[in-house]
Design a protein around this ligand. Structure first.
Ligand code: GLN
Length: 467
């Protein structure tokens, strides 16, 4: 077995060599990870992630190094404690080597909203890696690390995973503790794994899932042996296809690759059923009202008093708040705070926020109904492959990149993205599978069956060959 020190040195070395072109990493934990490697090597192997290197999205608190959330307002913030998932990773023997780039406070679909720099797509450096977990996904896609953690509020693991040709899972809301995840939209936020293949996701999810008393929304459901379940026969698979996810705006090559994936499942003996998600058209509007409303409240804590940046020469105490926020937050974060404050203000609350909550219930019910006919719902993860840097300057155009992913966040169901093909210009295409609440074990089994029959997940971007 290779030593942990070797693993850690390899990861740090790959980051040094590859990251200048990719910009996936905000900070490395060099000193800490080398020390931990020596400790682990001295202590013998135990734990499901013994000696494995992991990169962590920088909105997940670590008690070493910085936790910036990709925001200037938290540029110098040092979290005093570890998130629950970090302690769980350490218990499993993992080594956290880096904190990764993201759209500021996880608001975006391209990492172009990072307060520091933009992560590039490893398959085409002129294109976005996706977001908001673009750094975590690009770090795995380029082999800097085998594992990473991302977070989702509305597609932020699956969408970049699709763009960069890796696997990403959004667990059921409540499956993984949010303790120590900096809040964006608390009724939607969930931490999830990124890896190159489905067994990797299963291993990582097994380490982080489960009840934590510090997050009252984490559910007291036993955690299956996700990795062990992959060895069991997959049995009869019923796949649901919704016309709503194959309509206007779907790129031709993406549509074809997903059709081909359906054929792969058919060859494996799966049944395909037509299902309907009749409220899909309201997903984006509903998501962007709820997440901005919650963000406007959650981000009130960044006021220059307790956390992060404080303005240099305030006129009075009100100016401490307003100037610190004005200087510290980027444009998209300000836009969301304003949208969310408006949606919650008296007189508009019923018309926007309350109505969005009702629509959310309708969307959730669509899924409950659909799962009477199928085990998983299959769709493209994104309507198009990775777009060009700077291409989507209109916020609404950017929001529409989440059109197929956000519904699972609103409904709280688990969903995965796995590679299912490439465009002619060699951009990865993602296949999305959505499963009923707490059916991650079945979801992973069905996704693994696809990977046993195909090789897309084994292909690495050309940049990996040159480093
Ligand atoms: N694109 C979504 C947004 O901007 C992604 C958010 C997320 O999942 N963190 O809100």
């Amino acid at each position: 077995m290779t030593s942990v020190l070797h693993n850690v040195r390899t990861a740090l070395d790959r980051i040094d060599k590859t990251d200048p072109q990719i910009n996936a990493v905000l900070s490395t934990l060099k000193k800490e990870s080398l020390k931990r490697a020596n400790d682990l090597d001295a202590g013998g192997a135990n734990g499901t992630l013994h000696g494995q290197t992991v990169a962590v999205k920088d909105n997940i608190c670590t008690d070493v190094g910085a936790t910036t959330c990709g925001s200037r307002i938290l540029e110098n913030f040092r979290a005093p404690y570890n998130a629950h998932v970090i302690d769980r990773l350490l218990d499993a023997g993992a080594v956290i080597v880096a904190k990764t780039n993201l759209d500021e406070f996880a608001m975006g679909s391209s990492t172009e909203n990072s307060g520091f720099f933009t992560t590039r797509n490893p398959w085409d450096l002129e294109r976005v890696a996706g977001g908001s977990s673009g750094g975590s996904v690009a770090a795995v896609a380029t082999g800097m690390v085998p594992y990473a953690l991302g977070s989702e509020t509305g597609g932020s693991i699956r969408q970049p995973a699709a763009f960069c040709g890796v696997c990403g899972l959004k667990p059921t809301y409540g499956r993984v503790s949010r303790y120590g995840l900096v809040a964006f939209g608390s009724s939607l936020d969930q931490i999830g794994p990124v890896a190159t293949d489905v067994p990797g996701l299963a291993r990582l999810l097994g380490a982080i899932a489960g009840r934590d008393v510090r997050d009252s929304t984490s559910v007291d459901e036993s955690v299956p042996d996700y990795l062990g379940r992959l060895d069991e026969p997959v049995g009869k698979v019923r796949i649901g296809i919704a016309a709503e996810y194959f309509g206007e705006g779907l790129d031709n090559e993406t549509g074809k690759a997903v059709e081909a994936a359906i054929d792969v499942y058919k060859k494996l003996g799966a049944e395909v059923h037509e299902i309907h998600l009749p409220h899909s058209a309201y997903t984006i509007a509903c998501y962007y009202i709820i997440c901005t409303a919650e963000a406007s409240s959650n981000l009130a804590r960044f006021d220059g008093v307790r956390y992060g940046h404080r303005t240099a020469n305030p006129q009075d105490y009100m100016d401490v708040y307003s100037s610190s926020r004005e200087e510290g937050f980027g444009a998209e974060v300000k836009r969301r705070i304003m949208l969310g404050t408006y949606a919650l203000s008296s007189g508009y609350y019923d018309a926007y926020y309350l109505k969005a909550l009702k629509v959310r219930t309708l969307i959730k019910n669509d899924f409950v109904e659909a799962f009477k006919k199928c085990d998983v719902i299959l769709s493209p993860t994104t309507p198009t492959p990775a777009f060009k840097l700077g291409e989507k300057s209109d916020p609404l155009a950017m929001y529409l990149a989440d059109i197929y992913t956000c519904a699972a966040n609103l409904a709280g169901t688990p969903a995965i993205s796995i590679p299912c093909g490439f465009t002619e210009s060699k951009l990865p295409i993602g296949l999305q599978l959505i499963a009923p609440h707490f059916a991650e074990d079945r979801l992973l089994q069905i996704a693994a069956a696809f990977q046993q029959a195909t090789e897309y997940h084994q292909l690495r971007p050309p940049i990996c060959a040159t480093h």
